[in-house]
Design a protein around this ligand. Structure first.
Ligand SMILES: [Zn+2]
Length: 828
């Protein structure tokens, strides 16, 4: 018993030899265990019969089971009995109950009553360590999580769009660290003091000691994937530009820019992406770049912006504070104040959407709260640097400004300066400097009567100006949409006045009324201009003969003055009394007959829409009409109805004054702009309704101009502005200089002897005197109709549009074509 292990080696079977080496020596000490071990080896031979515990009366359950594959663990000796363990196995009657393991106390449920009453004692085994005189040993605080600096969105993701890459854009870091190290000096001193102290500071113990920010690595700023997947390539380009401009990566002294993309390129989405990125990320991990954002826009667009935020970012992602005129003045003031004082995590509505008017009135309620970003939609409102809106907006504490505008310049370089000066204050110097340095030389150089030297100087200054400011302006034309959009054919259609219109027009411009006006006495020019403009559309827009004294003599037999019309005649439109209306009537018939196209008709005058309506009713054309008074909701329903391909209405009547912003009429692929507006931006907005994202068919756009009339003058003025705009903003150098200074007298001239007064001003070298264009347009510039294709007379038979081709046919009984000239632009 005392030497149990000695005889064993002699019995070692060769079979077990192998595993023997891996075993602790103690394991091989009892013969019974050796048998157990053998038990684990494959059975079959009688030698390996399952072991039966000699002491147990009943056979062990395990023994009946097939041998287990897992290695048996030997516990003998583990309970401190050492070799004595053998006793319990070998000696009969010792039984399992004797095993030390089985003697361990069994846990018994304690009585809750007494357990909870017992005093708490620190579970130290060595009670002497507890000294009542010493302060209790704290268990300690958990240190703040030491997070690994990481970008919010994975910059290596498959479709990740990185706006800030620390490995490339890090050159800025030096400056940032430099500026932040100045206030850090006292902190560094404090740190040294801490070093001397033997114990940790409270801040360190609590884990709230500020980490030195300069050694935190910068992380990438990546566009939110949900936005990244909807952005078009040009929009990604735009967002990158916006980000670089507003974060000072282009020029550290400037944090503003102008987003001047043409209508339909998604300026809103690009700006929302910028705003969302700045609100959520910065190169410093886990920190936003900005905390508050203001979107200033015309009041009609406040709700629109709120909807766009939800549309692109998703429901519940962001809660904008849209000031939409609901609620009282007091409520608004208190809400604005609250918005202004909120900081850090208190900011629940980081985006304030507000109209320019409201912002102007309540700018002081916002106090000096830091506004990280301000977006100014329809930003050409800021063109007047002296306006109240401009001044009140500049008084706000805004760090980054983005101006959104489809048409950055409408009139002159002074406005251009105002916009740039608003976006980047003081970047271009004072207004006077700008005027002397750039504006005067450029304008002198653009005058048609200027000499070569003046022109050169003007061009030089213009180039210089580009160099300085173009890095803060992004301007893309609709042409880049051509990658996604079908072809757009845009036409300027010059229509002769109908004989009746001609008589009335001549009568009015030679009347004593207009003569007096030109001498500066009598009626106001605006009123006379309106009479002429209405007359160009249709005589029915005027109240004859009251609006035109002495016009009775020209009334044709089939004309019934408005006052004398019965119910029946009131619904009737005589298209032969207006050249433009006659062409439109023929177009509508043709469309209805040959295609399933839909068409949008736009005019400045609601009376024109009334005439369209009568025309449609008389011909049983289904139509829809959008009025300026309609609520946004109603408008949307109307638009959806029209865009439905199954819908019956094939005409959409739209007033250009109704504010067509954001109206998406892609159900139509044809559009007629029946009269020109003084403001080219208004026309551009109107024209952009159909040729936009989602359009599947080729688009045909027609801008009607009454030949030789005031409409041509308006159109020419527009082109002048537009060519200036395309010159400064699009950097198009070859814009021809057509126009000298114009005056009121020219406005009231009626040029009866021309196919197109506008074409005459081009002194076009590509067209023969008979109107035939023998050199095709080499490169068409959208803003400059002199570079477009010109069609007149027989040449119109070749035009790529069936509606205009039919106008080229000389009809029997008609001595001249109504359409006298067509300018055509093809998008791609
Ligand atoms: Zn020409």
């Amino acid at each position: 018993m005392s030497k149990p292990s000695t005889p064993l080696p002699a019995f070692r079977s060769p079979l077990t030899q192998l595993s023997e080496n891996r075993r602790p020596p103690a394991a091989s000490q009892s013969s019974s265990q050796k048998l157990t071990r053998i038990n684990a080896t494959p059975s079959g031979s009688p030698v390996f019969k399952p072991f039966k515990c000699p002491g147990s009366a009943a056979p062990k359950r395990e023994s009946a089971l097939p041998p287990r594959k897992r290695r048996k663990v030997d516990y003998s000796g583990a309970d401190g009995t050492g070799e004595g363990g053998e006793t319990s196995w070998t000696a009969p009657g010792a039984v399992l109950a004797l095993r030390e393991a089985n003697k361990l106390p069994v846990f018994k449920v304690k009585d809750a009553e007494s357990t909870f009453r017992t005093k708490f004692a620190i579970p130290f085994s060595d009670k002497t360590r507890i000294n009542a005189n010493r302060p209790t040993i704290a268990l300690g605080m958990r240190r703040g999580a030491n997070f690994v600096p990481k970008a919010l969105h994975d910059p290596t993701g498959e479709f990740a769009i990185v706006l800030y890459d620390p490995t490339i854009d890090d050159k800025k870091e030096e400056e940032v660290v430099e500026s932040s190290s100045v206030p850090d000096v006292p902190e560094e001193g404090a740190e040294k003091a801490v070093m001397k102290k033997p114990n940790k500071s409270l801040n360190e113990i609590l884990g709230i000691k500020k980490q030195d920010t300069s050694d935190i690595p910068r992380v990438a700023v990546v566009i939110d994937p949900r936005l990244a997947k909807v952005l078009r390539p040009h929009q990604i380009e735009g967002v990158k530009f916006l980000y670089r401009a507003t974060t000072g990566l282009i020029d550290s002294k400037a944090h503003g820019c102008i987003m001047a993309d043409e209508m339909g390129l998604g300026k809103t989405l690009q700006c929302i992406t910028l705003m969302w990125t700045l609100l959520k990320q910065s190169p410093e991990p886990g920190k936003p770049t900005i905390r508050k954002c203001v979107i200033a826009c015309p009041s009609s667009l406040v709700r629109n912006w709120a909807n766009e935020l939800v549309k692109w970012l998703g429901e519940g992602t962001i809660h904008p504070f849209a000031v939409d005129g609901k609620g009282t003045k007091e409520e608004l003031i208190s809400q604005l104040k609250q918005w202004a004082i909120a900081s850090g995590n208190q900011i629940v509505r980081p985006v304030l959407i507000v109209s320019y008017e409201t912002l102007r009135l309540y700018a002081k309620e916002l106090g000096n709260t830091e506004i990280g970003l301000m977006l100014c939609d329809e930003g050409h409102r800021l063109k007047n640097g002296e306006s109240q809106t401009f001044t009140s907006l500049t008084e706000l504490n805004v760090k980054r400004r983005v101006i959104l505008s489809g048409t950055p310049i409408q009139n002159d370089l002074t406005e251009y300066f105002s916009l740039l000066n608003f976006a980047n204050p003081d970047y271009l110097g004072s207004r006077g400097d700008f005027r002397k340095m750039y504006e005067m030389p450029i304008l002198r150089g653009r005058d048609a009567n200027s000499d070569e030297k003046t022109r050169q100087k003007g061009d030089e200054r213009l180039r210089d100006l580009f160099g300085r400011v173009n890095k803060f302006i992004i301007r893309r034309t609709n042409d880049i949409l051509s990658k996604y959009l079908p072809v757009k054919y845009e036409h300027v259609v010059f229509c002769n006045l109908a004989p009746f219109q001609k008589d009335l027009y001549n009568h009015f411009v030679t009347s004593s009324e207009v003569k007096k006006l030109l001498r500066g006495v009598g009626c106001k020019p605006l009123k006379a201009i309106n009479v002429l403009k209405k007359l160009c559309n249709h005589p029915d827009l005027l109240n004859l003969p009251d609006d035109l004294h002495g016009s009775e003599q020209f009334f044709p037999d089939d004309f019934i003055p408005k006052g004398a019309r019965g119910r029946e005649n009131h619904r009737y439109v005589n298209v032969f009394h207006s050249g433009k209306m006659l062409v439109l009537d023929r177009m509508l018939r043709r469309i209805r007959q040959d295609t399933n196209d839909k068409i949008v008709l736009i005019s400045n005058y609601t009376q024109t829409l009334d005439v369209f309506e009568r025309l449609a009713r008389a011909n049983n054309y289904g139509f829809l009409r959008l009025d300026g008074t309609m609520t946004v909701n109603k408008r949307q329903k109307l638009v959806d109805k029209f865009n439905d391909p199954e819908g019956d209405e094939f005409i959409f009547l739209l007033s250009s004054k109704a504010g067509g912003c954001g109206l998406n009429l892609i159900g139509a692929n044809r559009l007629v702009l029946f009269d020109p507006d003084w403001n080219p931006a208004a026309d551009q907005q109107a024209l952009a309704r159909v040729w936009r994202d989602g359009q599947k068919k080729d688009c045909f756009v027609y801008r009607f101009i009454a030949t030789g009339t005031i409409e041509e003058k308006i159109f020419q003025r527009q082109s002048h502005k537009q060519s200036l705009s395309s010159c400064v903003v699009d950097e198009a150098q070859d814009v021809e200089r057509h126009f000298g200074s114009e005056d009121l007298r020219k406005l009231f001239e009626y040029n009866t002897n021309t196919r197109s007064d506008t074409h005459d001003t081009f002194k076009c070298k590509r067209c023969k005197p008979d109107g035939k264009q023998y050199v095709k347009a080499p490169a068409m510039l959208y803003g400059d109709t002199s570079t477009w294709n010109h069609f007149a007379g027989d040449g119109m038979g070749k035009i790529e549009d069936l509606l205009l081709r039919q106008e080229g046919d000389v009809m029997e009984g008609v001595e001249e074509r109504v359409v006298s000239e067509v300018f055509q632009y093809i998008s791609h």
